[in-house]
Design a protein around this ligand. Structure first.
Ligand code: XIL
Length: 418
């Protein structure tokens, strides 16, 4: 496996300064995956004939089953909801075909960026709900459950949140007061329309230790308790979620379980664990996925598979996960399928998707929902992370929104595991 040169942003700064830097990075990548019609999308949609030597057929990875004849949500209705992350390019006047596809195939939606702090309150006390309202209107028009993402995170949060009036670090009291004001404004605006909230996102390192973030540095190690207590106060009708990636790594999985146990001992409400599930073709193993779902169910909370995708490209850095602060340079080696996906890889991906849904189905008693992070290959953030401008094939629909073989296998495996 080739590895690109990796820039680890967290090596160059710490504490509040680091947060400012990461916020800038996240802001730059806000556009996320390539939309249909973008340069990346057009490159990928051209046929293999136009590219001498390409070992692929743009049609080969497609489903033979008509998508109008089966929906993911209906197929899995007795087990869990099937959701998808959407952004403002999908609903409204953005992409009517994608909006129709989402309404037909899914019964749950997460706002990919629109409910993050940076989108809602860029300036202190100035709340802009325009993007969030468009998202909610679309979701409610189609009767889809709404997932709120996310209240406390170290990315996509404006710098002022962590600063005092003179630009130095805020105090614990200031930051807690800001968090409460933010939650209170959201609660007043949204009421109980947001059914699940990611209260804290990505608080642990892969070894299970607490991540060094401005939230932790300023408030202290009890910041998770404080965040969930405040969320419980302001969102009494919503389910409260702890969300993280690489939750199949035993140390991180166990840290999440200990978090739930500690909350229960201290009377802090938590209702669910969200496991992001940014997967690759062969990692994590099905056994590890199975073990983490079992551990979360055993902790007595609901489980949400919250950000599922299957990255089919070479690993750009060793420690696969979803750390937004990691990035590598674009190279041909890291972007091997700019035209279309070779048949054998398409088949491997289809099998992987089926295997993963089989594991989820085994735990359906505790799994509330499985949410895909992006409507199609074109909308996936993995076209731009951890390398900008790659052509990834990480979802169940292709760049023209046609159902892929992977989609068909996910539908078919439901029948086999009933
Ligand atoms: C990503 C979005 O998909 C991108 O559009 C944005 O530029 C950066 O954030 N884990 C999370 C999500 O919890 O919020 C991230 O979403 C992907 C990783």
């Amino acid at each position: 496996m080739q590895h690109g040169r990796v820039t680890l942003a967290n090596r160059i700064a710490s504490g509040v300064l680091r947060a400012l830097f990461l916020t800038t990075i996240a802001g730059c990548s806000r556009a996320g995956g390539a939309a249909p019609g973008s340069a990346v999308s057009q490159a990928a949609s051209s046929s293999s004939e136009s590219s001498p030597g390409a070992r692929c057929d743009a049609q080969a990875g497609l489903a033979s089953l008509d998508a109008a004849k089966a929906s993911l949500a209906q197929t899995y209705a007795k087990r869990f909801k099937v959701g998808v992350a959407i952004n403002g390019r999908v609903y409204g006047d953005g992409d009517p075909a994608a909006a129709a596809l989402v309404a037909a195939q899914f019964n749950r939606v997460t706002a990919e960026n629109e409910l993050k702090w940076q989108s809602l309150e860029r300036q202190p006390g100035v709340l802009d709900f325009s993007q969030a309202d468009a998202f909610l209107a679309y979701a409610e028009q189609h009767g889809m459950e709404v997932h709120g993402h996310t209240l406390v995170w170290h990315h996509q949060v404006p710098a002022w949140v962590f600063q005092n009036d003179s630009g130095g670090p805020a105090t614990r009291q200031q930051l807690l007061a800001r968090l409460e004001q933010h939650m209170s404004a959201l609660a007043e605006h949204f009421g109980s329309r947001v059914r699940y909230w990611d209260v804290v996102n990505e608080a642990f390192n892969d070894d299970g230790s607490l991540r060094d973030t401005p939230w932790r540095a300023i408030i202290g190690d009890d910041y998770l308790d404080q965040a969930f207590l405040l969320a419980g106060k302001h969102f009494p009708d919503a389910k409260l979620v702890y969300n993280d990636y690489s939750m199949e790594k035993p140390a991180k999985r166990d840290a999440a379980v200990r978090l739930v146990q500690g909350f229960k001992e201290r009377g802090v409400r938590i209702d669910a664990i969200g496991t992001q599930a940014h997967f690759q073709l062969t990692t994590p193993t099905l056994e590890a996925i199975d073990a983490s779902l079992a551990a979360f169910a055993g902790a007595g909370v609901e489980v949400l598979v919250s950000e599922l995708d299957v990255d089919v490209l070479p690993a750009a850095y060793e420690n696969q996960g979803a750390d937004l602060s990691v990035n590598a340079e674009l190279s041909a080696q890291l972007n091997p399928y700019p035209e279309c996906l070779p048949n054998d890889v398409a088949e491997q991906a289809a099998q992987r998707w089926a295997d993963i849904f089989e594991v989820f189905s085994r735990h359906s008693e505790h799994v509330h929902s499985v949410t895909l992070w992006g409507v199609s290959d074109g909308y996936s953030w993995l076209n731009n992370w951890p390398v900008r401008g790659r052509t990834n094939y990480a979802q169940l629909y292709d760049r023209q929104l046609r159902p892929k073989r992977s989609w068909q296998r996910v539908i078919e495996v439901a029948g086999q595991t009933l």
